[in-house]
Design a binder for this molecule. Structure first.
Ligand SMILES: [Zn+2]
Length: 535
């Protein structure tokens, strides 16, 4: 078996003369890469970091001879539920928003910009990964996360365990073993499936307390973002996970001020002071305007400050609520979540600019959610992104508004019509003007309003589910009509099985070119980091 050093030696950019030994190493690296990934060799073995044009920053980094032959700083960013349609919708929405605000959307046709590139799509390397699970074509976040963290196929719901039930080692654990610091950041609860697969091993993703205890007992260095779903167990009588964590040397920070006061080298659990009822950060569109709450990008920046050290770091950053918005078929909220996630990518990219020869950034999703597509029958070839601009709340934040309305407005029975007050609320929350809806759209909205108030299926449970899933009929129908007017369609309230883009830059980035499986993503990361992933 090739040594760890051998399979991870990359040709330094400025050293052309390396002799036959280097050629042998490169051949070994190609063979090892091909063997490890089970796919074709990475196209071109040009030096990692060669994508950087930032020569000034390069001069500040150690000379190639002094550097370890691997990616020292690794950012692995996962947009949960984020497929290519979510990304392109965000780019198109941004171009339109920039037009509205007078900010030029360069460099795409300045006269009529169609897309404004995100940080992630500016990365020079792009590949595609398949996402199927061991037991289903359409994966859940646990099986997909296990593939991304451990390089193995798992059954849905399983957190980093092999099919035989034994624990699978994760790339984050291997990074820690190698002396790198490890950070896990998410906009949802830190015991949720995607973050959990990097530090926990559980038969079910729903064992939130066990997962939390494993976090508290981990040797990782930073956890940031959301809280815990069952911090004292399902019944609330178990030892609190934060007590366990503090006994193990973690410092707990709540809010920007406390986090800013923590010194590098301190093992930290940073929990946002503003969390929803799922212990997640609020949707970006519903953000509380208090400087104590942090964005995903701000957590990323703080993690960089705390984890930066000569032995490197591995950081997993999850944009967890693209998925949640897409489960609800709420395009504008999903776009804002994608943009917030992309700002975390931009933070990683800023770090890369300072350390281009030692940093690897990989950005992908775990699966697509909702079957979002750009194009809807009713608008034929047209897109109207501006339709989304006047939405002011997410589907989630609309619920208390609608509840308050219902509490003061008597229900007159089946076929009750929406009154002007409700039409005004819909206009204020979604920018959807009842008066401008077609007769067909008005009929659909009125029927959904009746369904919402009487609690009975419209025709049958099947038709009911197809029309608005298991969520509030009125809310889903509003976002459907709004999204369709923009020219967007949804096929599902669940995940879908389409392959996902993988974007990369930096040391080892070329490994991520091509079409491969989600299990290969973990293997490629392991190769780039110089760790042996043998699950
Ligand atoms: Zn997911």
């Amino acid at each position: 078996m090739p040594s760890r050093r051998t399979i991870n030696t990359w040709l330094p950019r400025h050293r052309v003369v390396l002799g036959f030994a280097a050629i042998g190493i490169v051949i070994l690296a190609i063979v090892a890469t091909n063997f490890a990934t089970g796919s074709r060799p990475a196209a071109g073995m040009r030096a990692a970091g060669s994508n950087s044009e930032n020569a000034a920053a390069s001069e500040d980094t150690p000379s190639p001879a002094d550097r370890p032959p691997r990616a020292l700083y690794v950012f692995f960013l996962i947009g949960d539920g984020m497929g290519i349609a979510q990304i392109q919708a965000a780019q198109a929405y941004l171009a339109r928003a920039h037009q509205s605000t007078g900010i030029p959307a360069q460099p795409y046709p300045p006269s009529d910009p169609k897309v404004y590139p995100l940080a992630m799509t500016r990365l020079p390397v792009c590949g595609l990964q398949t996402t199927y699970a061991a037991d289903r074509f359409i994966t859940d976040s646990a099986a997909a996360g296990t593939a991304l963290a451990c390089g193995i196929k798992a059954r849905d719901g399983v957190i980093s365990k092999k099919l035989d039930g034994s624990d699978a080692v994760t790339i984050a654990e291997l990074a820690k073993d190698q002396g790198m610091k490890v950070g896990i950041i998410t906009s949802v609860s830190v015991d949720h499936a995607t973050p959990a697969v990097f530090y926990a091993h559980e038969a079910s993703r729903n064992n939130y307390y066990n997962i939390g205890v494993q976090l508290a007992n981990s040797d990782f260095d930073f956890f940031g973002g959301g809280g815990f779903l069952q911090p004292a167990g399902a019944g609330g009588a178990e030892p609190h996970v934060l007590d366990i964590a503090q006994a193990n040397g973690f410092t707990v920070a709540r809010g920007a001020t406390e986090l800013a006061a923590i010194s590098p080298g301190t093992r930290t659990i940073a929990i946002d002071p503003y969390l929803d009822d799922s212990q997640a950060l609020y949707y970006e569109i519903d953000r509380v305007h208090d400087p104590e709450t942090l964005t995903l990008a701000e957590y990323t920046a703080e993690a960089i400050r705390l984890l930066d050290n000569p032995h490197g770091f591995f950081m997993m950053i999850e944009g967890g609520k693209v998925d949640w918005a897409c489960h609800a078929n709420d395009a504008r909220t999903a776009i804002d979540e994608t943009l917030a996630f992309d700002k975390a990518v931009a933070e990683a990219l800023a770090f890369y600019e300072q350390h281009p020869d030692d940093t690897l950034i990989v950005v992908t999703g775990d699966h697509e959610t909702g079957g979002l597509s750009i194009g809807w029958a009713g608008t034929r070839y047209n897109s109207f992104w501006s339709v989304l601009e006047n939405q002011t709340v997410s589907w989630f934040a609309f619920a208390p508004v609608f509840d308050a309305y219902k509490a003061v407005t008597p229900w007159a029975g089946v076929d009750d019509d929406m009154d002007q007050a409700l039409k005004d609320i819909v206009l204020r929350c979604f920018g959807l003007n009842y008066a401008t809806l077609t007769a067909f759209e008005q009929r659909k909205l009125e029927a959904a309003y009746d369904r919402s108030r009487n609690g009975e299926p419209l025709v049958s449970a099947e038709e009911d589910y197809l029309l608005h899933g298991s969520r509030d009929a009125f809310t889903v129908t509003i976002t459907h009509i709004l999204n369709q007017k923009a020219g967007l369609g949804w096929t599902s309230y669940s995940h879908t099985g389409v392959p996902l883009p993988v974007y990369a830059i930096g040391r080892g980035a070329d490994l991520f070119e091509g079409f491969y499986d989600n299990t290969d993503v973990a293997r490629k990361l392991a190769i780039a980091m110089g760790v042996a992933l043998n699950n």
